[in-house]
Design a protein around this ligand. Sequence first.
Ligand SMILES: NC(=O)c1ccc[n+]([C@@H]2O[C@H](COP(=O)([O-])OP(=O)(O)OC[C@H]3O[C@@H](n4cnc5c(N)ncnc54)[C@H](OP(=O)(O)O)[C@@H]3O)[C@@H](O)[C@H]2O)c1
Length: 335
Amino acid sequence: MDIFIAGFGTVGQGVAEVMKERAAWFERRFDECVRIVGALDSSSFEFSSNGLDPEILIRRKKMTGKVGTIELKDESCHILRQFDYDVLVEVTPMNISTGEPGYSNILTAMESGKDVITSNKGPLALKFSELIRIAKRNGVQLRFEATVGGATPVINLSRELLMGERISSIRGILNGTCNFILHRMREEGLPFAQALKEAQEIGIAERDPTYDIEGVDSACKAAILANAIFDLNKTYKDVKRVGISGITEDAIALAAEEKKVIRLIAEISSKRLEVSPRLVPVGHPLSIGGTLNIIQLSTDLAGEITVVGRGAGKFETASAILSDLVALLKDKSTR
Ligand SMILES: NC(=O)c1ccc[n+]([C@@H]2O[C@H](COP(=O)([O-])OP(=O)(O)OC[C@H]3O[C@@H](n4cnc5c(N)ncnc54)[C@H](OP(=O)(O)O)[C@@H]3O)[C@@H](O)[C@H]2O)c1
């Protein structure tokens, strides 16, 4: 199975490392040589139909800032059209206005008959139904476990292992940065601005934290879950959304008096699609602190199922991509 990695930052390099480390296992378990044949970043690319050494790609990226030896003169989707491979791993940055370059990369690959695995929320939070339609039309798979948290494998869990269950609703904390801020406000009595500054200083919040604190990131994930699990046709703009920037120390203190915490909760069902700060009793699973993500599925037979894990990180996200890759390999081996 030949892989092309578009985007060679944190996640792309994590995937390359994992593929190198798991190469012998792929061979043993699936009788399949899984290799990287192509990789690109914002300024360069590399391709070899004989396979590329992940270690060399990573070393070159670290030393020169470029993954490839060939200059990227055109948009990445044109490169993806030129070469032959089986699976595109699309891990370029999210753009919530246009979905680009991810949208064109995914489209190009699928229209050339390639399966796609992505961690990029932008294209799916904007054009989910269209992309799924195009995947079906071309007889390819579009897999996206990594778009809703790295180590919270809830999409494949719901759609594959829990396929026969009726899932009535999903609730969860889908953004670790907001959770960290709310947790620090409560633990240390910090004002919002100071807790945010702390999150920025330790590198878990962006310099422009709007996506996180205004709930846009959580809304994107909620829309993807609504579409993937409840078969709806939503974009992140359809999610009723309130962020956490208006949460005061007083509100946190009042909640504490009632033995409650405030958490940014996403609620997803066929009737409800919302991200907003909620009061959660101390001790309830959704009162979890720190940067962890948590997702609870309400099912008719199994009852409540709770998944907790780190939402972001190089290997956590590579783990979600690996689960999609394994699903493609299993599918191929049973065909
Ligand atoms: N990091 C996480 O923990 C995590 C978790 C879940 C989902 N995600 C999602 O996964 C994706 C990748 O995240 P990341 O953390 O790996 O981002 P990143 O470190 O910023 O890497 C992005 C990569 O894409 C390349 N790129 C940027 N613009 C491009 C363009 N126009 N054409 C081709 N390549 C381009 C960059 O090139 P240069 O290297 O040349 O700048 C870089 O190699 C994002 O959509 C993110 O939201 C990330």
